[in-house]
Design a protein around this ligand. Structure first.
Ligand code: GLA
Length: 432
């Protein structure tokens, strides 16, 4: 028997699990689906179909509610809303209350939600309808005349994957209501920032999710071919060209399909820890930290007794270093050193895993398996505790990395992940 090494790779797969790619609909297809679903549910024609994208963040996680930087792109995957407003209805056609009526249906959910905008208040709407009708409520709160409507939603944004399916729904409703009422907000970035603010209020106050605002900004303010550098201190933006394919690269998204347990409570807990740290340091947000070591030292003196200082220090270190990593990635992209972004992503993952403690086994495995198979770097994205990871991969390696990640999940006895290649697409708008 020969002991000569063979040329067969020792990690040759014993089996090759099928790889599921998550398709994005064209806007024509998405609009046709939503319009058809509208006709079926409500009869008649909608006023139009509007859509808004999910997002994936290149870097800068849990920085938005700390006044820091993040760098999302809008995905090709969008949520479509076919909507007919009651705004044009003559006042004498029915009681004012009927003009206020909202009826909502979803191609993904059974049943129809019915209610009146005037009755919407924090805690009054349960489930997905809160994200849609909450936007009408928030626009009214901001002083805009908004009437009731019928709407049907259809979406190819993967649900529960940490790719902002909820922001996509809010933002699609926001541009629809803006358009049918002629509010004029969707036509420019300043107006879109106002629409984003309404969507954030809907999510925070009506849906009750204490998120930070990156997702709505991405869905409403991104431009095709660019990543959105968002400065959450003042809401200012810069559009950074991001044509990965031209550099022979791809941003591979791995939807780990890990169950999102505990996610809400953990997100709120992280926010509270950051607030506590900023208060202890006497600053408005952690963005104001210039000297990280000095701030970490000071926390030992200024945090109230009984606080786990070591934990708060780790949280602060993640938040401050992640905004610095966004600045580094900005410089690398400006210098066309795109491959160098990979290791920065991997560093960010370590920070999210070890300092912010929002990763889970599936996210770590996705990153590790991708890098072992040749990815230039990767990290978990979004809030964490499930959801997706991204890997920066040479175009030629996409199939191999995808297969290796799928195999690693299968070997670990985990549910099969799903994949998509993210490209930087357009923000919310009218689709038909
Ligand atoms: C979720 C929230 C965002 C942001 C990210 C973490 O996606 O919706 O506001 O805080 O987590 O960066």
């Amino acid at each position: 028997m020969s002991t000569e090494p063979t040329h067969e790779p020792t990690h040759e797969p014993t089996h090759r699990p099928a790889v599921e790619m998550l398709p994005a609909w064209s806007q024509a297809e998405g609009a046709a689906r939503a319009a058809a679903a509208f006709r079926e549910r409500f009869g008649g024609e909608p006023d139009g179909v509007w859509s808004a994208p999910g997002r994936v963040n290149v870097i800068g996680e849990h920085t938005d509610y700390n006044g820091g930087l993040c760098l999302p792109i809008a995905l090709p995957h969008r949520t479509y809303v076919a909507l007919a407003s009651r705004a044009g209805r003559p006042a004498d056609e029915g009681a004012a209350a009927d003009r206020d009526l909202v009826r909502l249906a979803s191609a993904q959910e059974a049943g129809t939600w019915e209610g009146r905008i005037g009755d919407v208040a924090p805690g009054s709407v349960q489930g997905w309808a809160a994200y849609a009708v909450g936007v009408a409520w928030a626009l009214r709160e901001a002083g805009h005349e908004v009437a009731g409507f019928d709407a049907v939603v259809d979406s190819c944004v993967p649900y529960g994957a940490g790719l902002s399916s909820s922001a996509a729904l809010e933002c699609a409703v926001a541009v629809a209501l803006d358009d049918v009422h002629g509010l004029g907000l969707g036509g420019g970035d300043a107006g879109r920032a106002q629409l984003a603010a309404a969507c954030i209020r809907a999510e925070n106050e009506i849906a009750g999710a204490p998120t930070g605002g990156m997702d709505q900004a991405a869905s409403l303010r991104c431009t095709a071919g660019h990543a959105l550098l968002l400065d959450n201190r003042d809401g200012s933006t810069r559009h950074i060209p991001l044509d990965l394919a031209a550099h022979g690269l791809a941003l591979l998204v791995v939807d780990t399909r890990a169950p999102h347990q505990l996610a809400d409570g953990q997100y709120a807990a992280r926010r509270a820890q950051c607030r506590e740290a900023a208060d202890a340091l006497g600053i408005a947000t952690l963005r104001e930290v210039d000297d990280l070591d000095a701030a970490l030292d000071r926390l030992g003196e200024t945090l109230p007794g009984g606080t786990d200082v070591a934990v708060i220090r780790r949280r602060v270190r993640h938040v401050v270093t992640d905004t610095r990593r966004v600045e580094l990635v900005e410089r690398l992209l400006d210098a066309d050193e795109v491959e160098e972004v990979g290791p920065v992503l991997t560093e960010a993952h370590a920070s999210l895993r070890d300092d912010y403690e929002v990763s889970v086994r599936e996210l770590d495995l996705a990153v590790e398996a991708a890098i072992a198979a040749g990815a230039l770097g990767g990290r978990m994205v979004g809030g964490g505790f499930g959801g997706s990871a991204v890997a920066l991969v040479r175009t030629a390696d996409v199939d191999g990395v995808t297969a290796s990640v799928a195999r690693a999940f299968s070997e670990a006895g985990l549910a099969a992940p799903a994949f998509l290649v993210a490209t930087a697409e357009a923000a919310a708008g009218r689709s038909a």
